[in-house]
Design a protein around this ligand. Structure first.
Ligand SMILES: [Zn+2]
Length: 262
């Protein structure tokens, strides 16, 4: 049997299981005094503990047709979505970077970003409990990362944190309101630490464009004008994921653009 195929199948399975764990983190991390590990998985509505066969990533959702077997409440589509996305990201990371320390580090990075995306959508916060250890971990990881030098990571985390801090500060001075949360600043510092300073221009550009498009659409729908608040963390995270897999192409086109501009 082909070794690449074995790695693919195992990373899909492993990723789905980790995705299942991330669902628990997404649900319980923003709630104070709630443990990630205890109690065991249960239905969020009737609190009946789940049997093993009700707890299989993606498959249980399909097999239960999206409803709790005990109380018949609809199970959020978020559960299989997170499991599926983590399975695909895990397979993509190990396909792209191989079964290496670099691959393992970016696997952790993907899990952190996926968790941040969902928590930010639900609660409009990016937990420091993920972003701050993420900054440190990203920097330590750069010493083992074959894709990145530690200098690039260090500049990335400083500039990433600094740029958004400056924008947020100017926004506060000029418009007397907070435009960007402190959570976004720490998240961009984490992205800079994991991807290096070279990634930041793209990440800011891509997230601003996608964030603006979605923001305008939301504004048109809600008709509340400039007061509509949409979380920015998911756009930063999405941009980081795009850069993680397409950095070569992005930097190549960026260079072409710079040369044509001269
Ligand atoms: Zn139930």
């Amino acid at each position: 049997m082909n070794i690449d195929l074995i790695i693919l199948v195992f990373s899909l399975l492993f990723g789905a299981i980790i995705g299942s764990f991330l669902n628990v983190v997404i649900l319980r991390l923003p709630q104070e005094k709630s443990s990630i590990v205890f109690p065991a998985s249960h239905c969020p509505s009737c609190e009946t503990p789940l049997n093993w066969y009700e707890n299989i990533p993606v498959l249980s959702y399909l097999f239960l047709r999206g409803r709790c077997a005990h109380c018949n409440t609809t199970i959020s589509l978020q559960y299989p979505t997170v499991e599926l996305l983590m399975a695909l990201l895990t397979a993509a990371v190990f396909h792209h970077f191989g079964l290496t320390i670099t691959g393992a580090g970016y696997f952790v990075f993907c899990g952190a970003l996926l968790t941040i995306i969902w928590i930010d959508i639900h609660h409009q916060i990016i937990p420091d409990l993920i972003s701050l250890p993420g900054v440190v971990l990203g920097f330590l990881f750069s010493f083992f990362n074959t894709n990145l030098t530690w200098q690039s990571s260090l500049i990335g985390l400083l500039v990433g944190g600094g740029v958004l801090y400056t924008i947020a500060f100017l926004y506060l001075v000029l418009r007397k309101q907070e435009g960007m949360g402190g959570g976004d600043i720490k998240l961009l510092a984490m992205i800079g630490a994991f991807l290096g300073w070279q990634s930041l221009l793209f990440v800011i550009f891509f997230s601003s464009i996608t964030g603006t498009i979605v923001g305008l659409a939301a504004m048109a729908k809600q008709k509340k004008g400039g007061a509509t608040r949409i979380p920015f963390g998911p756009f930063l995270s999405l941009a980081a994921l795009v850069y993680l897999f397409f950095d070569q192409q992005i930097l190549y086109y960026f260079q072409l653009y710079m040369q044509s501009a001269q």
